[in-house]
Design a protein around this ligand. Sequence first.
Ligand SMILES: *Cc1c(COP(=O)(O)O)cnc(C)c1O
Length: 466
Amino acid sequence: MTADFLADDAPLRDWDNDCLWHPFTPMSAWRTEQAPIIVRAAGFQLYDQDGRGYLDGISSLWCNVHGHTVSEIDQAIQAQLQKVAHSTLLGLASEPSIRLARALVDRAPQGLTRVFYSDSGATTVEVALKMAYQYHRQKPEGPEERDTFLCVGNAYHGDTLGTVSVGGIDLFHRVYRHLLFPTLTVPSPVALRIPEGHTRESWLQHCFDDVERTIQANHQRLAAVVMEPIVQGAAGILVHPPGYLKHIRELCTRYNVLLIADEVAVGFGRTGTLFACEREQVSPDLLCLAKGISGGYLPLGATLATERIFSAFLGDPWQGRTFFHGHTYTGNALGCAAGLASLQLFEQRHVLENVARCSQTISDKLRAIADHPHVAEIRQCGMMVGIELVRDRAPLTSFPVEFRLGHQVTLAARRRGVILRPLGDVVVLMPAPGMDVANVEILCDVAIESIEEVTSAARQRLSVPA
Ligand SMILES: *Cc1c(COP(=O)(O)O)cnc(C)c1O
């Protein structure tokens, strides 16, 4: 007998435990956690099958922009659905993908004139890496064999093998190290854990100098520098010091190395500007966009390229200069329709002004725990926030990993009706750029209460002899 998978009284909890394998999830612990099964949403609330509401404090893993069931986006998708849900971009063009490409080129940093679609963040970075690599072999000033990339320490660019190769998060990436292509890495310019012999200032200066030395010494073999501009998300919301992005842009220009900006997380308003590169008036050579591009509704990605790069792929078809890459759902019509509606809402609802207002609310609210004995650092850029929890602030000591402290905080927040997801012991707040001040305040209050509850329980646990 096969199950009636559409039955109203289907045992969803059992089927989830029996049939699913969740991403980035230790599955043996999953069963005991009774995660909410979301059946609908409205605005910034998610509702489970028992009708309980939860504030979406992480924008559904950093992609939601204006909230859920937003009538303008719903209607745009429905209108597109009446016409066609999907048709290919291989050999055919499609209306919504053309309109969205026009809109993106008009809004992106200067010089990015070509849009190559795919369907996730990882694919947009894969595309950029392959474009950069092939570009140097075909560029008009003469072919060059450039065989590697420069990455920033603790980078995260996705989970496919190419993007893992340019990533640097040991916990996620070390298992696959023999499968990866070699790259060069410079340290992430952040100053919480400073190597011995350095002050905060001397360490940051060292990071600026190191990237300069590395590019200078290796520019003939570097196809590109690939980086998350301004904020490294998955590394724990690491906010770069002002000028670092601009510094790298200048070095890339000087040494003729391409700059790939992965704005998958920081794009679409999260840092306060539509694109994070705008904060330092930087135009990358390749710009990777996903997550918020469809308002967080549908899987869509876009890699934007300059005309200089694009033109290196031109020539007679039989010359083999073509970019031989594509995904079946490239430029999906529903995703592009959602993306167009989302961009329109940015203007109609003054979303960037909302981000400025809510960022201020967040920093005012979180000041309450700035001196908390278990808060090492509160990092914030716009509506991206990381609160790093530690056992001791001086010297900086972590809680035992088996405490799963960040995870405990999300469970405590869930009991209070708020969804969070940590990065290790960093509590992440990532409200949608369109979230209203009242909900942002609730999010901050619940995060603070949950951190206080969990750290005081952890302190007790540590003081009781085993
Ligand atoms: C999430 C993320 C990705 C990967 O996007 P997927 O859609 O999950 O493949 C790539 N780069 C950055 C900076 C991200 O935050």
